[in-house]
Write a protein that binds this ligand. Structure first.
Ligand SMILES: [Zn+2]
Length: 59
């Protein structure tokens, strides 16, 4: 288990870089968006905090 659970937060220097989010504070994100042919299997999913999942959008 990592010491942080949002990959995007982990890449930043802020106070959230080691933050552990509750599941209710996170959303599943598709690494490759649906619109680009991404699938919904495990390999294409990662968990991000809601802030990052929303800011990432559907790119
Ligand atoms: Zn984050």
């Amino acid at each position: 288990m990592n010491l942080r659970n949002c990959l995007d937060c982990a890449l930043q220097d802020g106070s959230n870089s080691t933050r552990i989010y509750k599941l209710t504070e996170m959303d599943a994100d598709h690494v490759t968006a649906w619109s680009k042919g991404g699938t919904s299997d495990e390999k294409n999913c990662q968990m991000l905090c809601r802030h990052h999942n929303r800011s990432k959008g559907n790119k």
